[in-house]
Design a protein. Structure first.
Lengths: 341, 266
């Protein structure tokens, strides 16, 4: 569809929120607690954080929850009865305030969940999300969206993209999809006619730091490099990077048993954990942290582009901000580009 | 820190140690761990007030241990951790040399862990005023209020286990929470699963936690989980006369005395 550019006045944003709420919409928006900003089911506009460069957690939790029940089971005399989840119970959601680097991540995550097996639970959740992206007018040293094909005003993945015209200005709203249009129609008075607008001048300046095609090519011959060991010595092997990442999709399936009844749940998992690849025999093909760190980079910059034609990294910089020991993915990608094989 | 750089160079040059663990400048005004294996890398060593990561977490790591004898730039919390780890037979004089950094940021050399212990015992573990205030507040809450506080605080936890990874005392090669047959602690990040994980961790650390705040500092969501271990530290003081890591330590939670004042244990 044609992009419909509209004007949304700064004071109208709250009205938009309220109208959507009156229409029983569930809105997930960035909320700050303990100094960390993350997406929560938000009841009131006043709770929404502003001024964040990037939220601490990505928004992937909405379509790919950290813990998701797949089925309930119970054992009885006749055997076993199993009841799957009812997809109709999954709510329609508006995702408010996500950055373009998260919005593009939705597609990358979707490509993993549809690579071979079509994950109907993920697809159902994802189809019920309407994305209100907010362009970036600020960035920090961890941001590198432009190095992986994105940009601070990228429309990809958003249903409506809002770009603020200056620090305290009104918004340009780009209505990008039919889903976005359907929501805009509920509050049609809010979306006013826009004469002219050049959103580019309001966007953050995010310089390109490396060439992602070059990195992908180089990784083909980089598997045995000593660089992996040098980079990962300080890595403690936690899952912070994977869990804040908008595109990390690894999960573990566990049974939560209570006597004869229980649930099968899908939980986030991380290739950084030492036991992630432990075989039943006890053998671990990735028995050192350098092999696990290599997997993280290879998966995002070599295996995903090769198999799915998308990168597994949106340049949001969250993993670097969240890492307790300053594993900075941008710094390490630049050094991979610079090192001679 | 000129003294530290000089010492590190000397240790590597003379092959007294294979690796010196210290801090270097990181990104975004953060500092981070540096592993010096070549003399020229020693020039990157720094020390200032930002250097709070507990480097003792590295000395039980396979990748670092495999290098051979280590030296470590150790602040007071790091030295305490080392003494506790030594009492648990995780390090000894043959594989670790401690380069102490005093609270006044002076380098102090130790011939062995006994000297480190003597140094450490000059200082008591004190909970800082801000956290003490918070603990008092929790103490004054009713039980349902306190329950709500913890359910709310722990709700965001997504079980990345950065707290466990950053803690020098969490060195088990396989943690209870990673067992699923049988499953002791729910793997899932849910209200109950999060609560069980953090309570188990706090209890496992009682009488071992040296109050370095590494768990809290590592938490990407800034959940105040260190309040749990601090509370256990205060309880240990009240009921067992306090805790100070010691080479021949009386392990607080795993020592039984026939004259224990509680009779349920007899």
């Amino acid at each position: 569809m044609n992009i419909d550019k509209r004007l949304v006045r700064k004071d109208s944003l709250e009205k938009l929120f309220d109208i959507l709420k009156q229409n029983s919409k569930k809105i997930y928006a960035p909320v700050t607690k303990n100094g960390k900003t993350t997406f929560r089911d938000t009841a009131s506009f006043s709770l929404i954080s502003t001024g964040y460069i990037q939220t601490t957690e990505s928004s992937k939790d909405i379509a790919f929850p950290r813990t998701e029940k797949l089925l309930d089971y119970s054992k009885n005399k006749e055997g076993m009865s199993v009841k799957g989840i009812d997809l109709k119970d999954i709510p329609e959601v508006i995702l408010w305030g996500i950055r373009p680097c998260d919005a593009i991540g939705i597609g990358e995550l979707g490509s993993i969940f549809n690579w071979d097996y079509k994950d109907e639970i993920y697809n159902n959740r994802s189809s019920k999300v309407t994305v209100f992206g907010f362009s970036c007018n600020k960035s920090d040293e961890y941001c590198f969206c432009t190095s992986v094909g994105g940009n601070p005003g990228n429309t990809e993945g958003s249903d409506i993209l809002f770009t603020r015209m200056g620090e305290d200005g009104d918004y340009i709203a780009e209505i990008l999809t039919e889903k976005g249009q359907a929501v805009a129609e509920i509050a049609s008075g809010i979306f006013e006619r826009l004469e002219t607008a050049d959103k580019e001048k309001f966007l953050a300046d995010v310089p390109v730091k490396f060439n992602h095609n070059e990195i992908s090519e180089k990784l083909d011959k980089f598997f045995e490099s000593k660089e992996w060991v040098d980079q990962s010595l300080r890595c403690l092997g936690c899952g912070a990077c994977a869990y804040v990442c908008p595109t990390c999709a690894c999960f573990d399936i566990e049974d939560e048993a209570h006597g004869k009844n229980g649930s099968r749940v899908r939980c986030w998992d991380s290739c950084g954990f030492s036991h992630f690849t432990v075989h039943t025999s006890g053998h671990n093909p990735r028995d050192v942290q350098s092999a696990r760190w290599r997997q993280r980079i290879m998966h995002k910059f070599s295996y995903m582009p090769e198999r799915l034609s998308v990168y597994g990294c949106t340049g949001c910089g969250r993993c670097s901000r969240a890492c307790p020991v300053d594993m900075n993915i941008l710094e390490h990608l630049i050094s991979i580009q610079e090192v001679t094989v | 820190m000129v003294d530290l750089i000089k010492k590190a160079k000397e240790l590597i040059e003379t092959s007294a140690v294979k690796v010196v663990i210290g801090y270097e400048e990181g990104t975004g005004n953060k500092t981070r761990a540096l592993f010096v294996e070549k003399t020229e890398d020693a020039d990157r060593l720094i020390f200032d007030s930002r250097c709070v990561q507990n480097l003792a977490a590295y000395i039980t790591k396979k990748e670092i241990k495999d290098k051979g004898k280590m030296a470590i730039a150790a602040t007071l919390p790091v030295m305490r951790s080392i003494i506790q780890l030594a009492s648990e037979f995780q390090v000894n004089d043959s594989n670790l040399l401690v380069l102490g950094i005093t609270p006044e940021s002076k380098l102090v050399e130790f011939a062995n862990l006994v000297e480190v212990e003597t140094f450490v015992h000059q200082y008591q573990i004190e909970i800082d005023a801000r956290n003490k205030e918070m603990l008092d507040k929790l103490e004054k809450m009713t039980q349902p209020e306190r329950w709500k506080f913890w359910i709310d605080e722990l709700a965001p936890c997504f079980k990345c286990y950065a707290c466990r990874a950053a803690c020098p005392m969490c060195y088990c090669s396989r943690c209870t929470v990673d067992f699923n047959q049988p499953q002791w602690i729910p793997v899932a990040s849910t209200e109950l699963g999060n609560l069980e994980w953090h309570l188990m961790r706090a209890i496992h650390l009682t009488g071992r936690c040296i109050d370095c705040d590494a768990c809290y500092n590592a938490c990407p969501l800034s959940i105040p989980i260190n309040l749990l271990t601090k509370k256990m530290l205060l309880d240990a003081k009240e009921h067992f006369g306090g805790y100070q890591p010691a080479l021949k330590g009386d392990h607080l939670m795993s020592t039984y005395k026939p004259d224990d004042k509680e009779n349920f244990i007899q």
